[in-house]
Design a protein around this ligand. Structure first.
Ligand SMILES: Nc1ncnc2c1ncn2[C@@H]1O[C@H](COP(=O)(O)OP(=O)(O)OP(=O)(O)O)[C@@H](O)[C@H]1O
Length: 580
């Protein structure tokens, strides 16, 4: 766990760019606290000058005018600090959120393997707010209520220091209880956040996979899983509230004892003639008024620890290492010659290698299809070529240079990918085809759509290329989505193409169009196809058969059939399946 001091310092750094406004806010807060204390002082004057008011030596309007001026100052300072502090918090929330998002975009794939999207989501939305909400509350209470408390204590001491000393007797007790309960509060806050993250993850999984839940009749199982965490969240919330309540309850009781003692001794001192009527009233007023800031000050521990717990998770995300990008080699456009030498890779030190002894040369413009059972390493191989994972043994070269030596951005520019799950963004058709191009070229977008056989259905959309595709492009058919993904790859016009063939069968007409679009896309590009159905790859220049992370056969369809090995056997099985 990071120490609180380090967290404060790090949080403070976010305030630095806005230090002017921050100082201004703090001054306004202090002024608002001071004005409250001034009211008590005015009460004393009012009572002590009652005589001069009664005999007319003080004008009637003086007191009301002073009270009005103080009231106006109070209103202005309160408005000022509330406004300035929300401005400040919105800026800092914005900055932290931007930093988190920037980091999220550059996290390596392996980090996403370990985290759940729901959890990451809750950090960017919920936790960031928690930091600022809690942080502002703490600053407001410390400054405004701090100044108020100190001013009131000064009034108490000034009026009668002997009486005032009684208050001080209880302070160590209050401070001690704050410290003890605070620790438990911080732990409970962290646990609450964890279980909220878990709740979000379960929701994300079960809602995202609602079809699977339905088909497998998993409602009962999901409901139980949800209920467990839901219960946990509920229990922790109550526990946290109970701890807070206990904390402030104890402190309130101490305040009550203080007041009782003060009232008693104030009576004694008044009998001795040490206090005027105004002194007595303002002393009691100050005592009573002191309760509120003291109460707030004892309560800030909850906010403080809530904020620190959130800061911890937020900083943990910001500190995640980003994708390695140590390459210096610039590249405009590669030829597309990929050479893989003695490649070996495992997803974790303790895991069995997902790939080993891979030697493969893909010439520029060649189409190589990878086949093999599920788990044989096909996806892993293209993941490495895409630089989604690092830390492999052996070499992967593009045009004779190790891929890690290229600048990551330049290198990825050489790749296009059409995957099984077509991701369409909530944007226009044009923006989806020209994805990540801030200045799309309409002519190229149209040409890509034509070549992907997507132009016809796009023309039928009410707004054509300007049609906004709904969330995940839900209104398009599977084949149409795939053709859009192909158009996107065509627009990108990269020399190396990675194709993860869709497993779900399209109807014959749709399949024919997708295949024709793919043929257009693959022309003159080095293409790596992860094939699931052998029927579609017979035309590939070369077929590579993988088994348990190794290449066991490679050659053209005809050569492999003639060899009567693993490929011929797989082919026979699929042929029987297709015929049955
Ligand atoms: N992110 C990951 N973390 C750990 N192990 C993984 C990860 N992804 C894949 N593996 C393991 O690596 C091996 C190769 O998997 P890979 O996904 O490359 O196979 P595949 O041939 O593409 O399978 P499929 O046809 O089912 O997609 C498998 O044993 C798999 O369990």
């Amino acid at each position: 766990m990071t120490s609180s001091g380090q967290l404060y310092l790090r949080l403070l750094r976010y305030f630095l760019p806005y230090r002017g406004i921050a100082v201004f806010t703090v001054i306004l807060m202090a002024a608002a606290g001071g004005v409250d204390a001034l009211m008590i002082k005015l009460l004393k004057e009012l009572i002590d000058r009652f005589e001069s008011l009664a005999n007319g030596s003080m004008a009637l309007w003086v007191m009301p005018a002073v009270l009005l001026a103080v009231g106006l100052t109070r209103m202005l300072t309160s408005y000022g600090y509330e406004y300035a502090s929300s401005w400040l918090s919105s800026r800092i929330t914005h900055d932290v959120r931007a930093e988190m998002y920037e980091r999220l975009l550059h996290l390596p794939v392996a980090t996403y393997d370990r985290a759940s999207v729901g959890e990451l989501l809750s950090r960017v939305t919920y936790d960031v707010n928690q930091i600022m909400e809690a942080g502002l509350q703490v600053i407001t209470v410390v400054v405004k209520d701090g100044v108020l408390a100190i001013s009131l204590l000064a009034i108490l001491l000034y009026t009668d220091w002997q009486l005032a000393m009684f208050c001080a007797l209880l302070l160590p007790g209050v401070a001690f209880s704050m410290k003890v309960v605070g620790r438990r509060q911080r732990r409970l806050s962290l646990q609450t956040q964890d279980s909220m993250g878990m709740l979000a993850r379960i929701l994300d999984e079960s809602l995202g996979g609602h079809r699977v839940v339905k088909i497998f009749n998993g409602q009962g199982y999901e409901a139980r899983r949800f209920s467990r965490t839901n219960q946990q969240v509920r229990r922790l919330t109550v526990k946290r509230a109970a701890t807070t309540a206990l904390n402030s309850g104890i402190n309130l009781f101490m305040v009550a004892i203080t007041i009782a003692l003060i009232v008693y001794f104030a009576g004694v001192r008044t009998q001795a003639g040490a206090l005027t009527a105004g002194d007595f009233v303002s002393f009691m007023g100050a005592m009573l008024l002191l309760q509120q800031p003291v109460k707030s000050l004892t309560k800030i521990n909850d906010s403080l620890h809530r904020g620190l717990a959130a800061a911890q998770t937020v900083f943990a995300l910001i500190d995640q290492p980003i994708e390695p990008d140590h390459g210096q080699h610039p590249i405009e456009r590669a030829r597309g010659d990929i050479d893989i030498r003695a490649l070996r890779f495992a997803y974790g030190a303790e895991l069995a290698p997902a790939l080993q002894d891979i030697d493969l040369h893909i010439r520029a413009g060649e189409t190589v299809a990878f086949v093999g059972q599920s788990g044989s390493g096909k996806t892993t191989l293209v993941n490495l070529i895409a630089r989604f994972y690092s830390g492999y043994d052996g070499d992967i070269l593009l045009d004779g240079t190790p891929i890690a030596d290229y600048r990551l951005h330049d290198y990825r520019q050489q790749l296009a990918m059409v995957g099984q799950d077509v991701v369409l963004f909530n944007d226009t058709v044009t923006a989806n085809i020209a994805y990540a191009d801030s200045n799309p070229d309409p002519a190229r977008v149209r040409a890509a759509a034509e070549a992907a056989f997507a132009a016809d259905f796009i023309a039928q959309l009410p707004k054509g290329y300007d049609e906004v595709l709904g969330e995940e492009g839900a209104r398009l058919s599977g084949g149409q989505r795939q053709r859009l993904a192909i158009a996107r790859a065509l627009y990108r016009d990269a020399p190396v193409l990675i194709l993860d063939e869709a497993t779900s069968a399209l109807d014959t007409e749709s399949e024919r169009m997708v295949q024709a679009a793919l043929d257009n896309l693959m022309r003159d590009r080095s293409t790596l196809v992860i094939a699931h159905r052998l029927s579609t790859i017979e035309k590939a220049d070369r077929i590579v058969v993988m088994h348990q992370g190794r290449i066991i056969e490679s050659g053209t369809h005809d050569a492999l059939m003639a060899r009567k090995g693993a490929y011929a056997a797989m082919h026979a099985v699929q042929f029987v399946e297709a015929a049955s």
